[in-house]
Design a protein around this ligand. Structure first.
Ligand code: ACO
Length: 427
């Protein structure tokens, strides 16, 4: 592999260094391109652009590989816990026993919300989407936690990161409680991170809530699967917001807003709605035909990915988890049968094969979350809860990266050239 890329533009030749990572594609360092040539690159959707260097997560989309600090997602989902993965993403290495206990205690001690934040909820309509509430409440955290908004102080950055990870389950559970008209539950710090979230969501003050260990483990695994995913749209949004020096709570609120879209985190909600709409196995061919029809905007939700051109490794774990949860709960859901058959038919259809469209993490997650009892509107909120770990880890990495500058893309301008203003009466 050459270590220089040659570019010829407007009659002159230029060399640009090629940088190599540990694994993965090389990158051409074009930082001097504009200064040297007066030209920009054009890459809408950043399909060929590395926006930063990172040590957190590696994806090989062709092979269906996802690693967090070198550990395979399947290995982590099978053997680790969400708290341990959170520690790993924030701290480079897996924790020793004492380090993990200390981290869990720290997170546990930050689970409560400032009491006045509860009043925010009352300003929302009862039918407000939980993601609308999450955007608002998380953005508002900066008004309550002034002592952790100095981004140049590493201690404050870490406190803000812990606060965000710890408070997100409380915020999401309260959004759910508000929508069903039940009282908010305070966190119970004797429970695990995930057990506490289940209790705050499904418990009521009138009786004791017993956390089902199978569901607790399944949900914890779902959180692991969503913890981080390289420079995806919402993570890039968090980094871009953070690049201006905005406080961490504002940056994460920006990430939540981006995640909400149906092409990103909103796809889990859309995928389950689609499976319900299909309803029975015999209707699948009709929906596959629609997905292939260029004149129909319909897409198979939970299918396809910008990076994975192979089976999303998270979908593999997710499918297995559905089976485990159904077996433990002694339930079945016709929607799962529709999902399995849809996957089988799509993966044998030349359209999906040629375009390398495989199930992504969202294809099966809705089936499990629904079996656990979450309404579809909560799915993306759960995604946001888990992805907060990746967002804060990426945000911390960005702040300490000496190469990082304010994110400021340029454009190819296609509007009118300069012209003279004509007063309204003379137009
Ligand atoms: N169903 C049918 N056709 C599809 C699908 C799909 N789900 N996804 C992509 N295609 C087709 C497109 O029509 C396009 O066809 P063309 O080349 O003939 O025009 C081709 O495959 C490439 O699609 P793009 O939209 O250009 O690919 P891109 O990388 O921009 O989009 C995306 C990726 C947004 C995920 C897309 O596959 C999609 O919309 N999927 C459904 C939504 C979804 O599941 N999102 C979750 C992503 S994972 C996550 O965020 C956690």
């Amino acid at each position: 592999m050459t270590d220089t890329a040659k570019l010829s533009i407007a009659g002159s030749d230029h060399d640009y260094p090629v940088m190599s990572g540990t694994v993965g594609p090389d990158v051409v360092d074009i930082r001097k391109l504009y200064a040297q040539t007066g030209a920009f690159t054009y890459d809408p959707g950043f399909t060929s652009t590395a926006s930063c260097q990172s040590k957190l997560t590696y994806i090989d989309g062709d092979e269906g590989v996802l690693l967090h600090r070198g550990y395979a997602i399947g290995d982590l989902a099978e053997n680790s816990t969400f708290m341990e993965v959170a520690y790993l993403l924030l701290n480079d290495e897996l924790p020793k026993k004492g380090e993990l206990e200390q981290f869990e205690t720290t997170i546990t001690r930050h689970t409560m919300l400032h009491e006045q934040l509860a009043m925010f909820y009352r300003g929302f309509r009862r039918d407000a989407h939980p993601m609308a509430i999450m955007c608002g409440v998380v953005g508002a955290l900066s008004a309550f936690y002034h002592d952790s908004t100095d981004i140049h102080d590493p201690t404050q950055r870490m406190i803000a990161s812990h606060r965000l990870i710890a408070k997100m389950p409380t915020i999401a559970a309260m959004a759910y409680k508000y929508s069903v008209g039940q009282p908010f539950l305070y966190p119970d710090n004797s429970l695990s991170y995930t057990g506490n979230f289940l209790r705050m969501t499904f418990g009521v003050p009138a009786e004791a809530y017993e956390v089902d260990p199978v569901i607790e483990k399944a949900l914890d695994r779902i959180f692991i699967l969503h913890a981080d995913h390289e420079q995806n749209a919402s993570t890039s949004t968090v980094r871009l917001a953070g690049s201006s020096g905005a406080n961490p709570f504002a940056c994460i609120a920006a990430g939540i807003a981006c995640l909400w879209g149906p092409a990103h985190g909103g796809a889990n909600e859309a995928a389950l709605n689609m499976l319900h709409e299909i309803g029975t196995v015999d209707r699948i061919p009709e929906f596959i035909a629609r997905a292939k029809d260029k004149n129909d905007p319909f897409r198979l939700m939970g299918f396809g990915h910008r990076v994975y051109k192979n089976y999303d490794p998270r979908a593999t774990v997710m499918q297995k988890t559905v089976r485990e949860v159904f077996a433990a709960m002694k339930v079945s859901d016709p929607v799962f049968d529709v999902a399995l058959k849809l996957e089988e038919l799509a993966l044998s259809d030349p359209y999906f094969v040629e375009k390398k469209l495989f199930p992504n993490v969202d294809f099966y997650s809705g089936v499990i979350l629904s079996a656990i009892g979450f309404p579809t509107s909560m799915f993306t909120a759960l995604f946001a809860l888990a992805r907060t770990v990746g967002w804060v880890a990426q945000w911390n990495e960005m702040i300490t990266d000496p190469d990082q500058k304010i994110g400021r893309p340029r454009q190819l301008y296609n509007g009118p050239a300069e012209r003279t203003y004509v007063p309204v009466g003379q137009r």
